[in-house]
Design a protein around this ligand. Structure first.
Ligand code: FCB
Length: 456
């Protein structure tokens, strides 16, 4: 670290009054209880039970057993001074067959969770879809099937009708790019399909279901603030002197950022990419029906930003530009470059190019495996530094006028990291998966102070 960085890092900064600090999780990654109380099977249950899909052969069957330990987990958040908690609802707990009969026991679980959070002074942010589609819907084509949009509307209706009197903050989808492309083009996530045109179709139906759900939530939740969470990045050319690398950066920005930002902002799909896709896969955009783009552009109250790393790309052959690993740069155990300045760049870009009314960082965090030392503490200094530098980047963006209203650290606790299983730990709380004992790491204790001071 050079001197200049040290000075920046030691600078005292205060966040605006009312800035919201929290942590985030998702249902499949923490709840466990995969068959409890009438819950249906999800595509992640099916996928993780399929041999060779998850690196360590694990499943989310038990995960953090949060379904049974939610009261302790609320107490844990309270002990860390957490002001807000972003969690997702398991669709197959609510509608075991994806549509039709509502499983009241599923709704009861979230009802109690919400009441418990509110009683603890913690503001719940609900994500409706964080990837655990009911398997029954997948059996009918899943998100490739346009009928899944109507099923999502039923699900949004059931949840918002039950919780909308108390919950004010709603996120329709988490990272549709990941659900669509990693799940349907790369096959690394459930349902494990490998078809680019299928991924495009899925992305469209995810966006359409977002736009369809917005008015439903508003109707059931009079004070609702509704948004969507996207995984967004900054694309840089591997060689800034090579125009072809700049073009690759444009392409990656188009695929990951603009493909979602443009339609939700009423700008249709980006023309540079639709042309490229249709050249490669003739008629691949034929899923767009009259009225779809207006539905997708339903006005929202905020944009949720999940930021982990930037992308450095070089020109190549494939439809997806090749990303390179920057030598001599720090990386987390996921192999993701640590690049806080790109959070600043991203927030500025979003503010100037799209002008969302408000923004939240709905996920940011890092995987480091640092475990318990001989004193029973977890000295995860790498994570603490990572968060501190990203908080500074967010603060710089706020100082430049970006309406960033809150920040959710991923994640409250170590959990099931999708295809990576339990080998990647993102928590600010250590979880011993044998005993389910939770131990706040150094980063959690430090975060409590940040929240207490509303600054660094
Ligand atoms: C994001 C996901 C979240 C978690 C983090 C590390 O893409 O939304 O569930 O897996 O990455």
């Amino acid at each position: 670290m050079n001197n200049e960085q040290l000075i920046i890092n030691n600078e005292r900064v205060s966040f605006p009054d009312g800035f919201l600090w929290g942590t985030a999780t998702s249902s499949y990654q923490i709840e466990g209880a995969w068959q409890a109380d009438g819950k249906g099977e999800s595509i992640w249950d099916r996928f993780s039970h399929t041999p060779d899909k998850i690196k360590d052969g694990s499943t989310g069957d038990v995960a953090c057993d949060h379904y049974h330990r939610w009261q302790d987990d609320i107490a844990l958040m309270q002990s860390m001074g957490m002001q807000s908690y972003r969690f997702s609802i398991s669709w197959p707990r609510i509608l075991p067959n994806g549509r039709g009969t509502v499983n009241e026991a599923g709704l009861d679980f979230y009802d109690k969770l919400v009441d418990g959070l509110l009683a603890a002074g913690i503001r719940p942010f609900i994500t409706l879809y964080h990837w655990d589609l009911p398997q029954a819907l997948q059996d009918e084509g899943g998100w490739e099937n346009r009928a899944t949009v109507a099923a999502f509307a039923e699900y949004a209706e059931a949840v918002s009708a039950r919780l909308g009197d108390r919950v004010t903050d709603w996120i329709t989808h988490n990272e549709p790019w990941v659900a669509a492309f990693i799940g349907h083009a790369w096959g690394v996530h459930a349902p494990g399909k490998q078809s680019y045109p299928a991924a495009l179709r899925v992305a469209h139906h995810l966006l359409l279901s977002h736009g369809t759900a917005v008015p439903i939530i508003r109707q059931n939740s009079p004070n609702a603030q509704v948004g969507i969470t996207l995984n967004l990045t900054v694309a840089d050319p591997a060689d800034p002197n090579n125009p072809a690398d700049w073009d690759a950066a444009r392409q990656l920005d188009g695929q990951m950022n603009r493909w979602f930002l443009d339609p939700i902002n009423g700008r249709y799909y980006p023309a540079d990419l639709t042309a490229a896709y249709e050249k490669e896969f003739p008629a691949c955009m034929n899923f767009i029906e009259a009225g779809d783009m207006a539905t997708i552009a339903a006005p929202t109250d905020f944009l949720g930003v999940n930021y982990y790393t930037r992308a450095v790309v070089k020109a190549g052959e494939g439809i997806m530009p090749e990303q390179i690993k920057v030598a001599d740069a720090p990386h987390t155990e996921m192999g993701w470059e640590v690049h806080p300045d790109s959070l600043y760049r991203l927030l500025m870009r979003l503010h100037y190019d799209y002008r969302p009314r408000r923004l939240y960082v709905t996920e940011n965090g890092a995987s480091y495996g640092t475990g318990l030392d001989e004193n029973g503490r977890v000295p995860d200094i790498d994570r603490l530094n990572f968060l501190r530098d990203h908080f500074h980047a967010a603060h710089r963006a706020i100082a430049q006028g970006v309406p960033l209203d809150g920040y959710f650290v991923w994640s409250l606790m170590d959990n099931f990291e999708w295809g990576e299983g339990y080998e990647q730990r993102f928590g600010i709380v250590w979880v011993d998966f044998e005993t389910q004992k939770r131990t706040p790491k150094a980063s959690a204790l430090w975060y409590r102070d940040v929240i207490g001071k509303n600054g660094l």
